[in-house]
Design a protein around this ligand. Structure first.
Ligand SMILES: C[S@@+](CC[C@H](N)C(=O)[O-])C[C@H]1O[C@@H](n2cnc3c(N)ncnc32)[C@H](O)[C@@H]1O
Length: 268
């Protein structure tokens, strides 16, 4: 994209870039130049562009405005009101790929936009991929991302999955909500106001949904199947204990650069 004003459709491109970036910077956007470029890259009228910048200044996540997020090198569609996939969750995907047998059956619980399921399906076309979320807006978004590469169900954790999967799932992945209820109020405005509370709030200690997942996983997993859950660094030991209590042999893995922690549990 030209940055110096030679684009016939947008002769004011360079001034736009500078003025948009300075508005974003003033609103506290750390990557203002990069964000301005991304906003300008969307095909739109000047009025629409202004409206987009206004929304960003109001705190709406950039990805919900431009309609996509980069995740593991893929463009994942992100609808307004849907949790924006985080870079740290790429670590969960990599851990799952490392354990994935051929022709695996994979379930992505709490799938949100479907970023994890979509990436796994893209990298492992031999796998059969299922995804579940309780939020109908997220489910619609995940269905667009997964398209014909997997099935997305709406409902509470394992409840909507076909009973025929019992004992046959090789990999269960979950980036379930894990923020303790008392800490939700301290989250950044983007998350607090523009992502659903159910995508963050994990109950008193943040681990309520993880507990429910671990309690039921064993009945869905194949004999050497694995449950992989993203968790907080300071919650990891407790997540691992929850796994042990539910018949899973846990291992904590951590990637410092991404501030990513995953607990991997193997069915025993
Ligand atoms: C932290 S977001 C993660 C989304 C996605 N896995 C990702 O990493 O981008 C958690 C998601 O869990 C979903 N969720 C919360 N409680 C759920 C439940 N009981 N059953 C299914 N999904 C649930 C929320 O709607 C939200 O989309």
């Amino acid at each position: 994209m030209p940055l110096l004003g030679f684009d016939r459709r947008r002769p004011m491109l360079a001034p736009d870039l500078v003025s948009i970036a300075s508005r974003l910077r003033a609103a506290g956007c750390v990557f203002a130049d990069e964000e301005a470029r991304l906003l300008l890259s969307v095909e739109q009228s000047p009025a629409e562009l202004t409206a987009m910048v206004d929304r960003r200044v109001a705190g709406v996540p950039l990805e919900q405005i431009i309609g996509w997020a980069e995740f593991c090198g893929l463009r994942i569609l992100v609808a307004p009101g849907v949790f924006v996939p985080r870079r740290r969750t790429e670590f969960l995907v990599r851990q799952a790929l490392g354990l994935c047998p051929s022709d695996a059956v994979i379930v992505d619980l709490c799938c949100g936009s479907g970023a994890v399921a979509t990436t796994l399906a893209a990298v492992r076309p031999d796998a059969t991929v299922f995804a579940v979320d309780i939020d109908p807006i997220a489910v619609a978004c995940a269905r667009r991302n997964l398209a014909d590469r997997g099935l997305v169900f709406e409902g509470d954790l394992f409840a909507p999955l076909p009973a025929s999967l019992t004992g046959r799932v090789d990999i269960i992945v979950a980036n379930a909500p894990y923020v303790p209820t008392d800490e939700v109020a301290f989250m950044p405005v983007e998350a607090r106001l523009f992502e659903p509370r159910a995508s963050a709030d994990g109950g008193d200690d943040g681990l309520d949904v993880q507990r429910r997942i671990a309690a039921t996983s064993s009945q869905w997993l194949s004999p050497s199947g694995c449950l992989l859950v993203e968790t907080g660094q300071r919650q990891a030991a407790q997540t691992a204990e929850i796994f042990s209590l539910n018949g899973l042999l846990p291992r904590i893995v951590r990637r410092e650069e991404l501030d990513a922690t995953v607990v991997v549990g193997i069915a025993i």
